[in-house]
Design a protein around this ligand. Structure first.
Ligand SMILES: C[S@@+](CC[C@H](N)C(=O)[O-])C[C@H]1O[C@@H](n2cnc3c(N)ncnc32)[C@H](O)[C@@H]1O
Length: 254
């Protein structure tokens, strides 16, 4: 069996079920309350030049435009999602600079030549959907490269240790890995690859907090803030149905 790869993940995000799921959220949900509060706090300047990585169907980028951030570029590697983002922006007359790119290969991206952003967002666990830690670090390093000094980076992760249930599941999973009995498609401990009838297949790496702190340090980012979503806002039902609890992270370009 082949290991989960970028190609597989991109295929999963281009799957019609995922496209419908993220497009509905872009049209019906927009920014979560927690995202709105933290974006206003860490990205207070609405004229800042912002970059959104893994923009999907445009949920965040188009909502940011509507909130008055009018200098936004946003990219995704899943063509079908990007097409939905572009059509949502057209419908809302939001002038977002959408482009196709892979977060782990941004140096190849002509559009970004000489670009220096005032801030970057990689929302709703997108960074954690890149298989292999070295590739996640590559993306963090590239985003760092295209930012000005002091620029904030915001992203989210799904905690491995947050709930008692997760702790039990991961203790059992650790025993499987110790015996070499883990799902052979997985790359690293902390990976999860699952199927949902409505969304299709999803790959996600669930990190420990210390792992993210190390990755930020290794890629030139200063850890600024992190907390669970529930500490920021109580999200309405439609947001909780779309997305599980997550940890928000903010780092600053050192
Ligand atoms: C969970 S979805 C979130 C989409 C959108 N940000 C939202 O909040 O609705 C994660 C997104 O990250 C994108 N993504 C994952 N790996 C990527 C990569 N290497 N380069 C660019 N985009 C990537 C996926 O295609 C997907 O659109």
């Amino acid at each position: 069996m082949s290991k989960v790869s970028k190609k597989i993940v991109r295929g999963d995000f281009n799957d019609l079920r995922a496209v419908v799921h993220y497009t509905k959220a872009a049209h019906r949900i927009g920014l979560w309350e927690s995202e709105r509060i933290l974006i206003e706090r860490f990205f207070p300047n609405k004229s800042a030049q912002l970059l959104e990585a893994g923009c999907g169907a445009g949920r965040v980028a188009v909502a940011l435009w509507e909130a008055g951030y009018h200098d936004i570029h946003a990219f995704d590697f899943a063509e079908e999602l990007l097409a939905q983002a572009q059509s949502l922006a057209m419908e809302k007359e939001a002038d977002v600079g959408f482009f196709h790119a892979d977060a782990t290969q941004l140096e190849k991206c002509k559009i970004l030549e000489d670009a220096h952003f005032d801030g970057v967002l990689f929302m709703f666990n997108g960074l954690m959907q890149i298989p292999l830690r070295r590739n996640r670090r590559r993306a963090l390093r590239a985003l760092h490269h295209f930012c000005r000094l002091g620029a904030p980076l915001m992203f989210t992760t799904h905690d491995r240790e947050d709930s008692k249930e997760e702790q039990v599941i991961w203790r059992l999973e650790a025993m499987r890995w110790a015996k070499g009995k883990e799902d052979p498609i997985l790359r690293e401990f902390g990976d999860r690859y699952y199927e949902d009838k409505e969304i299709g297949r999803t790959f996600m790496h669930l990190p420990e907090r210390g792992e993210i702190l190390e990755d930020l340090k290794a890629t030139g980012w200063n850890h600024t803030f992190d907390t669970m979503r529930r500490n920021v806002a109580r999200e309405p039902r439609k947001v909780r149905d779309f997305s599980d609890e997550c940890r928000f992270w903010v780092a600053t370009k050192a």
